[in-house]
Design a protein around this ligand. Structure first.
Ligand code: ZN
Length: 355
């Protein structure tokens, strides 16, 4: 039983409540009376990230991300896929399973990123379909080949078709695409974009039904420019190890409030909004949802005091409480994978030291 002020992401109100948990899920939420200073939020979701940019394997990434209140990410493993194809994606999925963090993945749609590049692998439409059928895969990853979509390229359309046949969302990536070409791109079934750089671009895409991700990571930072335009999700896209030590979705929330976004809306952008779009079971404090919570001091500073996943405490005052199980072994004989894993371990040690 956990008691405190809860933020209800369905109604946007905050009130004292007790949360009952059974089997890792919320079984009941009751309003109570009492004075509580802390606020219980659903665990944060980063709706668009490339874990590889952190130089960490997913299991090491979890140890650094969870103390900052992030319980889930939707990750496009296209960086590792460009080096080692489907084997790389499977490695990320297997390694992610060694932690309590909820890693969801998208099937990388553009490997190689362009035909002009010397990539280590290619992912075909048939392989995309296999990946989409995996448990933790929730969408087709960012469709960077917008000229291919506009031209109706067979290979590109087959990948989109595979996702649509399975009722799965298709993520977009369409910088400055506008007018009739944007309509064709959206009409193909692409429902998100994280490349907007101006409020006008956000407005045009939202009017046509797209959901907009505002980026505030280590590479692109558009939140200040887009804050007033009305976005749907807050995401990092990329986060470097040194930045991850300083903060993660907690810091993005703090900045969102600094830039004028209503704190309750900001929390919805990292919880219920991505949860509903991608069909996740984490992202709200209500019966049947995963018992993933973040206890913060206020909706201004978002200082994370405690984190629960499946009803179990996993971080307290910046410390990760889970004993690490060492992640997944690289497939035997696969040198590229082993190098990536060793880099992950080494960066992981650096990340863990101050905790
Ligand atoms: Zn991206």
């Amino acid at each position: 039983m956990i008691r405190g002020n809860i933020l209800n992401v369905f109604t946007g109100d905050i009130y004292p409540a007790e949360i009952e948990v059974a089997g890792g899920r919320v079984s009941c939420v009751r309003s109570i009376s009492g004075n509580f200073s802390d606020i219980i939020l659903p665990g944060f979701i980063d709706a668009h990230l490339h874990i590889e940019s952190s130089m960490l394997t997913p299991s090491s990434f979890a140890a650094a991300a969870i103390p900052h209140g992030t319980v889930s990410t939707i990750s496009d493993p296209h960086e590792i896929a460009n080096v080692m194809g489907v084997d790389g994606v499977r490695f990320m999925i297997d390694d992610a399973a060694a932690t309590p963090m909820k890693f969801y993945f998208t099937a990388p749609s553009c490997v190689p990123a362009t035909p002009f590049e010397t990539a280590g692998a290619e992912i075909t439409a048939r392989e995309i379909e296999e990946l989409l059928r995996m448990d933790s895969v929730v969408a087709l990853g960012e469709m960077m080949n917008f000229p291919g979509v506009i031209a109706g390229d067979d290979g590109v359309m087959a990948k989109i078709e595979a996702a649509r046949n399975l009722n799965m969302p298709v993520d977009g990536h369409a910088p400055l695409l506008s007018g009739d070409e944007l309509c064709t791109y959206i009409g193909a079934g692409i429902s998100t974009d994280h490349e907007c750089v101006s409020p006008e671009e956000v407005l045009e895409k939202r009017r046509l039904g797209m959901k907009i991700m505002a980026r505030e990571g280590s590479s692109a930072r558009n939140l200040r420019d887009l804050a007033a335009a009305g976005c749907d999700f807050l995401v990092s896209d990329d986060i470097h190890p040194a930045d991850l030590l300083e903060g993660y979705m907690d810091r993005i929330l703090r900045r969102a409030v600094d830039y004028g976004i209503d704190p309750v809306s900001a929390v919805q952008m990292v919880t219920i909004n991505p949860a509903e779009h991608y069909g996740l079971s984490t992202g709200a404090i209500a019966p049947g949802w995963d018992a993933d919570f973040v206890v913060v001091d206020s909706l201004r500073d978002f200082n994370v005091k405690r984190v629960y996943i499946d009803g179990r405490p996993v971080a307290e005052e910046g410390r990760y409480l889970i004993r690490r199980r060492g992640g997944t072994r690289a497939p035997p004989g696969n040198l590229k994978c082993l190098i990536f894993q060793l880099r992950g371990w080494m960066s992981g040690l650096r990340v863990m030291r101050p905790l």
